[in-house]
Design a protein around this ligand. Structure first.
Ligand code: FE
Length: 342
């Protein structure tokens, strides 16, 4: 009887078997997932990292790039209907805003705890640093003796009168820097320091770190405070500029560092896959891809810094938890306003 079964039945059984075999042979078919990433990092920096992950795992990644503030509004507005699984942004101040807006999921991952140093992740597991940028002192090598440099605070001393250039206090980088100073020194002392900086300004505040660097190189001022990768970018283009980095507060709390980082969104429908992707971003395999493109430092201590960045020298970094920069952000803004730091 069996041999008498109609050919159509055989065809059906055969194709069913084939389907089962092919599914079993390629687990990617089951894993074929798509993640949606909202990113405030520039597309050219993040895209190669995402492509690498897709190639490795088969997980497709849709990228939406915008400014951090716009992405937060979008996440908040979309609420439970958001297609986003992961938010990637720069500066802990922005990640803190995301926490405030309640758009990030608390995750408990041993991998992330292992790969991301304690001070560079949220104690509650809602955001994790993925690369480090130092906000340090830069000086004109033709006009400044390094012996005269020591701390951020000392940039307010009389010797720097009319010689300091700063970026606007509206930028979150400076808000985080001042918030961390409040955390370490207290409000009163920090207010004195920032007031003394304002008194020493050589020019009105600038709209970007690069403009600060260019003003120092041009001799408009002699010292300033910038994120390391802006220095790296400019020196790559114009290596002969008379600029160098100085690592302040080495006998004390260390250099202020900040992060670019990420969190899984609270309303992601693929929290497991999103967490796995975040874990991978902190791994050895991804860290150089993530950090080197923007001349930043990997967060994972087991990963080597790119040689071009390592050449700027080793330094002690401030290891206080960056969550403070978020908690004290509003206070920092008010303080800067009080002392006339525009
Ligand atoms: Fe930047």
């Amino acid at each position: 009887m069996f041999f008498m079964a109609p050919p159509r039945f055989f065809q059906f059984t055969l194709s069913l078997l084939l389907m089962i075999f092919s599914l079993a042979a390629s687990p990617g078919v089951f894993a074929a997932e798509e993640l949606v990433v909202y990113s405030a990092r520039k597309e050219h920096l993040i895209k190669p990292v995402l492509d690498h992950y897709t190639k490795k795992t088969g997980v497709k990644i849709k990228l939406l790039t915008d400014k951090a503030a716009s992405l937060l509004v979008r996440l908040k507005t979309e609420g439970v209907n958001t297609p986003a699984d992961l938010l990637i942004t720069v500066d802990v101040g922005n990640l803190w805003q995301a926490v405030e807006q309640d758009v990030l999921l608390q995750i408990n991952s041993e991998v992330l705890k292992e790969n991301v140093p304690h001070h560079l992740r949220d104690p509650k597991g809602r955001w994790f640093g993925l690369s480090i940028r130092a906000r340090t002192i830069v000086y004109n090598t033709e006009k400044v003796q390094t012996a005269d440099l020591s701390t951020y605070e000392a940039l307010g001393e009389a010797i720097w009168k009319g010689r300091l250039c700063l970026r606007t206090s509206k930028k979150v980088y400076n808000q985080s820097l001042v918030a961390m100073m409040i955390a370490e020194l207290g409000t009163e002392k920090t207010e004195q320091v920032i007031k003394s900086w304002v008194n020493n300004l050589a020019a009105p505040v600038f709209s970007s770190d690069t403009k600060v660097l260019e003003a120092i190189a041009a001799g408009q001022c002699d010292v300033g405070i910038i994120n390391t990768y802006y220095y790296g970018r400019l020196m790559r283009k114009k290596p002969s500029l008379p600029l160098a980095l100085f690592w302040p507060n080495q006998k004390g709390r260390g250099v202020h560092v900040n992060i670019s980082g990420a969190g899984v969104t609270k309303h992601s429908k693929k929290q497991k896959a999103a967490s796995a992707f975040l874990e991978w971003l902190s791994s050895k395999a991804a860290q150089n891809l993530f950090a080197d493109g923007n001349m930043e430092y990997p967060v994972n201590p087991k990963v080597k810094t790119a040689s071009e960045v390592a050449a700027w020298g080793r330094f002690k970094q401030d290891e206080s938890n960056l969550a403070k920069a978020g908690e004290l952000q509003k206070e920092a803004i008010r303080l800067m306003d009080r002392v006339g730091y525009k």
